[in-house]
Design a protein around this ligand. Structure first.
Ligand code: TXA
Ligand code: MG
Length: 372
């Protein structure tokens, strides 16, 4: 009895084990799409394989969403916990009823306004979607990306592509094909390189499987934009919870994530006070023999006496800050720093999303400044 189950376990392990393979990288121009590359991606996906491709938010690691074994390969390649469900990407709104049930007026309005685009909606799932794609949940997350390479890949792959961000679990999401290569070379046969992504932070996730629409992950589509379209929308109570008492509803939001290898701390308050405090912390760290990194706006990056200062964008241009944040976080992994201090970037359409990712990267370590 024991012997049989042991053998079954072993077989399963072998089947889902990562097979190391050669990774091909093909450059694809969004405006003149190389159809051969798209067809190749489609063949791999339909045969149950993995393809990494650009979307407007971050690079995705795709597999056929309706094929449980294909979806399982995503978890293996990323080292992703199996209870963390995948987003299913579609290329046309007509595909939605195949995988989602109880599509209501809110969904119709949101999809009309924001699809294709950086908005993921959660619905009751249909039987077409295997539990292996939804991490065992009865709901399914769906998104139609605004990127022609992604849309081409989804169509060529059969219309339903499960795609988490194409990073190793726990690392910052990839905003360049080179980030994908860094994490997944040898684990995926094909990476389509469409250049830098446009937005740089993952899609907004809104749960429509509940009576009051609820944001489970902030992104480029902000809370005011959602409210203007469908009325009542709330933020998931677990999002702001530093104590971990209230769990975020999106399973993926509970993990420490986007994290650089060095310890990261955010300094908050008005900009003058923040600059002064970070400079004081740099001096203190140097006295302790530590090497220090700083994440700052273009405007203030000259103010710090640190070992490595990285400018993330102009403070006035929150979209630029969003677009560069993950590259800056990854960049610190190549610097020999012990600790990183970051300014905070809470303003504008992207402010909530930027701070959500920074706080997670920092494990919610925030240093407040008193000065008003
Ligand atoms: O912008 C994006 O959404 C990118 C690109 C590639 O499209 N994808 C992405 O996927 O960010 P991923 O797997 O890295 O993040 C998906 C998040 C996770 O936090 C997961 O827990 C949550 O969505 N999620 C997926 N399905 C869900 C469901 N049915 N209920 C609640 N949360 C869900
Ligand atoms: Mg991710």
């Amino acid at each position: 009895m024991f012997h049989t189950s042991f053998i079954l376990e072993t077989v399963k392990e072998v089947r889902y084990n990562i097979v190391y393979m050669k990774t091909e990288v093909i450059q694809v121009d969004q405006l003149h799409i190389n159809q051969e590359a798209i067809a190749k991606a489609g063949r791999i996906l339909r045969a149950g394989g993995l393809v990494a491709f650009p979307t407007e938010t971050v690079y995705g690691l795709g597999a056929n969403a309706l094929n449980e074994e294909a979806a399982a390969k995503i978890y293996a390649a990323k080292g992703r916990p199996s209870d963390n469900p995948l987003i299913v990407h579609i290329a046309s709104a007509e595909s939605l009823p195949v995988i989602a049930g109880q599509i209501d007026e809110r969904a119709r309005r949101l999809s009309e306004k924001f699809w294709p685009g950086p908005l993921t909606m959660i619905f009751q799932k249909t039987d077409a979607v295997p539990m292996g794609t939804t991490g065992g949940l009865g709901t399914v997350a769906v998104r139609m990306p605004a990127n022609n390479i992604a849309l081409g890949v989804i169509r060529a792959g059969g219309g339903f592509v499960a795609a988490p961000s194409a990073n190793t679990s726990g690392r910052p999401s990839p905003t360049l094909a080179s980030h994908v290569y860094e994490d997944l070379a040898g684990k995926v046969p094909l990476i389509l390189d469409g250049g830098p992504v446009k937005i740089g932070l993952e899609s907004t996730i809104v749960d429509l499987s509940v009576p009051v629409a609820t944001v489970l992950r902030p992104g480029a589509i902000s809370l005011p934009m959602l409210r203007e379209t469908i009325g009542e929308v709330q933020m998931d109570a677990g999002l702001g919870s530093e104590s971990g008492e209230v769990r975020p509803k999106a399973p993926g939001m509970k993990y420490r994530h986007y994290a650089p290898r060095a310890e990261l701390m955010i300094v908050s308050g008005n900009q003058r006070a923040v600059t002064r405090e970070i400079q004081r912390l740099c001096t203190e760290a140097h006295e302790q023999g530590k090497r220090v990194g700083v994440i700052a706006a273009e405007e203030s990056c000259g103010d710090y006496d640190a070992d490595c200062v990285r400018a993330v964008g102009c403070r006035a241009d929150d979209a630029a800050v969003a677009a560069h944040l993950y590259d800056v976080l990854r960049g610190f992994d190549h610097e020999q720093v012990d600790v990183i201090y970051s300014e905070s970037f809470a303003d504008g359409q992207f402010g909530q999303a930027i701070m959500n990712r920074l706080l997670k990267a920092a494990g919610h370590r925030v240093i407040g400044t008193e000065e008003g």
